[in-house]
Design a protein around this ligand. Sequence first.
Ligand code: BGC
Length: 807
Amino acid sequence: MLEERAGTTGPNWTLAYDSFEPEQEGLREALTSTGNGYFCTRGTLAWAEADGVSYPGTYTHGGFNRETTIMNGVPVLNEDLVNLPNWLLLELRIEGEEAVDMSNVELLSYRHEYDVRNAALRRVSRFRDRAGRETTLETRRFVSMADMHQAAMQWTVTPENWSGRVEVISSLDGRVTNGGVARYSRLEGRHLDPVSPRTFGPEIIALEARTRQSRIYVAEAARTRVYGEDGGVLDVRRGLYQMQDYIHQVLSFEVEEGRPARIEKMVSFYTSRDSAINEPLTNAGKAVGRYGTYEEAFERHARAWDELWDVCDVLVPRDDRVQLLLRLHISHVLQVCSPHTADLDAGVPARGLNGEAYRGHIFWDELFIYPFLNFRLPEITRGLLMYRYRRLNEARAAAKEAGYEGAMYPWQSGSDGQEETQTVHLNPKSGRWEPDLSHNQRHVSADIFYNIWRYYEATGDFEFLLDYGAEMMLDIARFWASIAHYNPERDRYEIHGVMGPDEFHEKYPGSDEEGLRNNAYTNVMVAWLSEISLEVLDLLTERHRKALSARIGLTDDEVGTLEEMSRKMFVPFHGDGIVSQFEGYEDLEELDWESYREKYGNIQRLDRILKAEGDDPDKYKLTKQADAVLLFFLFPSDVLRRLFERLGYDYEPEMVRKNVDYYDGRTSHGSTLSFIAHAGILAGIHPESSWTRYMVALESDVGDVQGGTTQEGIHMGVMAGTLDLIQRGYLGTEIRDGTLYFDPKPVGNLDGLSFPMRFRGTPLEVTLEGGELRVAAQADGLNQPVKVGVNGTVEEIEAGESHTFVL
Ligand code: BGC
């Protein structure tokens, strides 16, 4: 039981709200969702349907469906992560009156809690109904980390001043649609067709639905029981109602004043994409019939989370707020990416599995998510990278269609890996649909390359490289070699027609051509990956190299081009050592930031503001999020120096500060990912201002700093990014030549910081305290000694031993 496990409850493990506030409910539903890396459900009130306050949503990895909307006579196709049948529905009717909801009772007390450690939800309310009856209702729920198909709800109803008859209505509802994001309301939201409801014996109801176009079958079964005070199952009267896309059971029984009655709804969830099943509905019914009680299930679930916390917790003993938020982020990252995920055909939806923003698509945000997993649960990264590998042919087809070689991954990816970026999007500021050119963010292919290499560096998983990684990397490199062209006047390679991570600049002002010339982020990434491609080829045996080259059609000429590109990519500069975000950036107009701040307050989404004013963001020196400066975040400065010098450009240490200063004043941080990058870079040069930004990132979802976005889904990149920043930014973790280096930065709040890590298979415990860094390597039979470097000293630490570095 929760309370019995010392040190696992308390303020640093609980996110709690003490009043019911309708306008906050959407945000809280996202923050108190429950999930297990296979499916996830928003923390919605059990009896609520989508009604403008509540929004029940259940989503599973890969549960996509495409639908066409006719907009002004034009068919617009979109792929959405489908909101699946609502399994939560439980309603309480007292003495035959209308079912209790927030509008027909007076709340006497209320608490809505998220148990961070167990990703479990609890609400306790005491209310008085219209007849003056006072009742306490405690509700609990979780989606099991132990059994991926299992979810469970428990209600304890205590009549405080009355006795009488109650009815509990337990339903499965397939009538749900995708309607969670107001901006998308004109787009088709119907994704499910009913299949059939059915029962399995007297206690179990079940429902199956099918996604309309992609034909994924989804089945849920629920067994609802009432338990008396002695723990025995009460023999209740049951009534049944069913229609094609909905089924419910009504359980009626007597309750007595002061005597709690317990109701448990155990649920199973299956889809036709599952392994080891016969067919979803049969398996859902079979599974739920075998489930024990809520407590038994919770016990197993909590044990599974214990195992995860053992390898994922980050201890920050001097700062309770930071401690709570870090754990909240770990909990949410694991709700979306758990060991269960590793076995699925799943990518990481940018907004997790608890909202419909960005339609559940998978972007480049993995870049910010994998580093945390690489050092703790690398098998999850491996599984997620396989999502990309399985879509390599689609990326090859996309490259070919665009006239290129190799593999060009889509900016937004969904079911089969084709480009899912919408062609038009609604500007909520103006109410107008505007063209969306963001698919030109070709850098996503470079980011995937980077992710594979970092996974390999952290794990040493050479087999992955051999079997899958090298193939993806080299085909990505071939794409870059073909999209780049040689400019003899400059004696440089250039890339035109692309966008960087800054989505405010889509093209040159007034131009009809999409994209920009020589985005610095893209070009430097390409220079880097060109060189790493050669290193990857060197790692392979002659036989493998030949086989792989033959398989993907890699020619000696291409290898030669990559070698040249690693030395001759063009990087634009202006002023005194400022890396131009793209060629021609310096010719753009300066924006009067103050006047916009005065006029609009929050100007994070300056693009929408400017477009609504009839102006054009392309005209100005403004940036949505870290773009050129991201390079200083992704590469340690000595690596970057080497990269620039290899390209024949000067690199002075001052460049970091200069560039961050320059772009900081011109960045609206319209994506919270930007705070991660800026905090990370500043950790080494301005710890205080780094920490201020870090806190913005850390508080961004819990405080919904973007005003309404978190209710549409948590931000996975930022949540995981804040965790990575601890290791990368503040401990200065980096891998070079098989050695794990630390370069801790002086941030007061982090004194006493400690966390487990895994480096190349060996579990480590890292502690920063009183000016010392202690690294202990754990022994579990197979572990190799690890090389750890701090301040120029490299120590080889044997498994079972530790070393303390004085800083
Ligand atoms: C950001 C992108 C990000 C996407 C999904 C956008 O607002 O600009 O960089 O990939 O959100 O998180």
